[in-house]
Design a binder for this molecule. Sequence first.
Ligand SMILES: Nc1ncnc2c1ncn2[C@@H]1O[C@H](COP(=O)(O)OP(=O)(O)OP(=O)(O)O)[C@@H](O)[C@H]1O
Length: 308
Amino acid sequence: MQPIISIAGVSKTYATGFTALKDINLEIRRGEIFALLGPNGAGKTTLISIVCGIVNRSSGTVTVDGHDIGSDYRAARSLIGLVPQELTVETFETVKNVLAFSRGLFGKKSDPALVEKVLKDLSLWDKRDSKIITLSGGMKRRVMIGKALAHEPQILFLDEPTAGVDVELRKDMWALVRGLRDAGVTIILTTHYIEEAEEMADRVGVINKGEIVLVEEKTELMRKLGRKQLIVQLREPLKAVPEALGAYRLELSGDGNALTYTYDNQAERPGVASLLRDLESAGVAFRDIDTEASSLEEIFVNLVRKTP
Ligand SMILES: Nc1ncnc2c1ncn2[C@@H]1O[C@H](COP(=O)(O)OP(=O)(O)OP(=O)(O)O)[C@@H](O)[C@H]1O
């Protein structure tokens, strides 16, 4: 299937001479949730802004559903909804009018039924006649999403959708985004919260210092790069790891009461079954075994550290 967004050889050098993006190549698949991860200043907002036509690229091409964002800007832009990081809604306007007005800006015919549906999907219908200034922060965020959806875009960009949002609201937001994806909208979100990507994304891209360092299916990424640990709780404390178990490079912890074996899926180290056998032969009795898998957060931190 043709990707819904193709970014090829995109670079950006700002007027200050600072190069924020270097030769970005990225394809977004139709109907996916793609999470763009990266530390502060990595270039996430710059990249989104280029695709949305807010910032000019210095070189490269971007097409949105086949429309070039340079030569065919209006067609490309009308397919995109953007929810920026900052709340930028007209404070004295009513919720319903904000959506209706935004739809008009894209040259779309007024459609009260559509506005009603979007507001109901966002649990904002009760607030349709309220002025924005009277709403809570969480509601304002939902209005921003409604505003971005009012012209029925196929693609929704969410720049840090849950920054500064409490845990409860964050979960509501995740459910909402999943619902949009299920309705056929392609979602690209940037986030600092790795947990958010882990929870939501189909694919993950990592950007660091203006370069894409990795793009991968989330589950594949976690399988390939994730480390696992086996923690063996001992019956009797040990003073040192027995020499016979040297190949496992075990760590002794908890005052000698636990042994930790760290392995990954590409490890050349011997497997867990042989470790358990060898523990028995070495006369080390254990009372319990736990496993721990590394989170996307650890994987991400490692990746970003490795980039020069
Ligand atoms: N208009 C501008 N002029 C000069 N430099 C800029 C401009 N906008 C952004 N930059 C620089 O480009 C780099 C990338 O910024 P960008 O906002 O894209 O990063 P980001 O990954 O979105 O970061 P954050 O997570 O903090 O929002 C930063 O070093 C920033 O200072």
